[in-house]
Design a protein around this ligand. Structure first.
Ligand SMILES: NC(=O)c1ccc[n+]([C@@H]2O[C@H](COP(=O)([O-])OP(=O)(O)OC[C@H]3O[C@@H](n4cnc5c(N)ncnc54)[C@H](OP(=O)(O)O)[C@@H]3O)[C@@H](O)[C@H]2O)c1
Length: 388
């Protein structure tokens, strides 16, 4: 079976969004973009519409949507706000909705897509961290697939194969580059500057995820993401540092065999796999040349110096509202660090303080999770304002 998938792309102007356009250019027989959405990047969105000729767009920001409307004219349907995104996510002709919005704004559009019977491909790890249980339950109920775009989870998805019995799996092993401070002595982490944290050794990504990679919160979020995507207990989710970012993750089976997925560190690989799954198709991406790979290294993460992994394990094991609190406090902390209002270690200190203050609801409804998210943001901001 081969088909040309009609794809809605939410978050088209970001790093994952622009890589998705590249994939669409590379495999035009298999993929057609039919709708694009962003927050407020009008110029970028308008030029993407000119290229892709999509008939539907949405901008979260109303003013930006008005500007886009003036520039694009009546041949394109333009929506705004959450409703605008939800309409795109439920377009009758769509086969798949890609969620590549930074943060949690993609949660309701993702749930709306699922309710409309669309497969979703998720880059926005924050929504799975926050509400992974609800998203996976909804997907099961409506019989739709949730394809991971995050390279680690995409790798695990590939290693697990469809319908692999989970009882045969003993561990999911997420690889981490270790970030730019992998070798920095613990007593120098307090001096880390924003510019240093924004220099990722192996991946080119948006600013928020780049800072998360430096603190290792990115890997912490991915541990919780894996827990929900693959319905695996946190005790079976491990992390290993692999500075070259060539092995994207591994699955260990009960017989001791380990399967890994390898490729260059280019998000076009996992994006294409999510779009063409369950098939594989040829593309113009550069394959790995083993003879040119100098070496592949692995080492244990520095959990004591980078507490993000410990905090994420605690949040993932406890479940309920705690992962949403970790995620929201981290978003506020990263924002404060980017505005030079918080030190680098201040990021995990703030997250830990807000998590300790939270009374977790373990069997939480989606509303309670959203309330916990809002509570964590307000509490983090008050702590920042009070300088604690
Ligand atoms: N970059 C990577 O390599 C990578 C790898 C794995 C996973 N991820 C995950 O993918 C997601 C996107 O990351 P990124 O690096 O691509 O981020 P990014 O470069 O910062 O782009 C974010 C995108 O989201 C859009 N956006 C933000 N708020 C929105 C809203 N309320 N409504 C609609 N659109 C909104 C932005 O639009 P504007 O341009 O208008 O602001 C932009 O298109 C994140 O969850 C990240 O963790 C990224």
């Amino acid at each position: 079976m081969s088909s040309r998938k009609k794809v809605v792309l939410l978050g088209s102007t970001g790093s994952i969004g622009t890589s998705t356009l590249k994939v669409a250019r590379d495999i035009p027989d298999r993929m057609e973009l039919i709708a694009l959405a962003a927050n407020r990047s009008v110029d970028a969105l308008v030029s993407q519409v000119e290229e892709t000729k999509v008939g539907h767009v949405a901008l979260w920001d109303e003013e930006a949507a008005e500007q886009a409307s003036k520039r694009l004219g009546s041949s394109v349907n333009i929506g705004s706000g959450e409703d605008g995104l939800i309409k795109l996510a439920q377009l009758p002709e769509a086969d798949m909705v890609i969620i590549a919005i930074i943060g949690t704004a993609g949660l309701r559009p993702a749930l709306a897509a699922i309710e409309a019977g669309k497969d979703i491909a998720v880059a926005s790890k924050e929504i799975l961290v926050m509400a992974g249980e609800a998203v996976m339950k909804a997907a099961k109920k409506h019989g739709v697939n949730v394809l991971p775009i995050d390279s680690e989870h995409n790798a695990i998805y590939q290693c697990l194969e469809a319908n692999r019995d989970r009882a045969e799996v003993s561990r999911l092993i997420l690889t981490a580059s270790g970030g730019p401070f992998r070798k920095l002595p613990a007593d120098q982490l307090g001096d880390v500057t924003l510019e240093q944290a924004l220099k990722h050794p192996t991946w080119e990504m948006g600013a928020k995820i780049t800072i998360d990679s430096a603190t290792l919160f990115n890997k912490g979020l991915e541990m919780i993401e894996a827990r929900w995507l693959f319905q695996t207990p946190m005790s079976q989710v491990d992390v290993i540092v692999h500075p070259q970012s060539i092995v994207h993750s591994m699955v260990e089976f009960v017989d001791g065999s380990i399967l890994a997925q390898l490729s260059h560190s280019d998000m076009c690989f996992p994006i294409q796999y999510a779009v063409t799954w369950p098939e594989r198709v040829a593309n113009s991406l550069e394959p790995l040349d083993f003879a040119k790979l100098a070496q592949l290294d692995f080492e244990a993460p520095r959990v004591d110096d980078f507490p993000a992994l410990r905090l994420a394990r605690e949040a993932g094991e406890t479940g309920g509202t705690l992962p949403a609190v970790l995620n929201a406090a981290n978003e506020v902390a990263v924002d404060a660090f980017r505005n030079r209002k918080l030190s680098f270690p201040g990021i995990w200190q703030l997250v830990e303080a807000v998590m300790s203050e939270h009374t977790t609801i373990t069997e939480a409804t989606l509303e309670q999770i959203l309330e916990a998210d809002a509570w964590a943001r307000t509490t983090s901001l008050s702590r920042l304002a009070a300088g604690s």
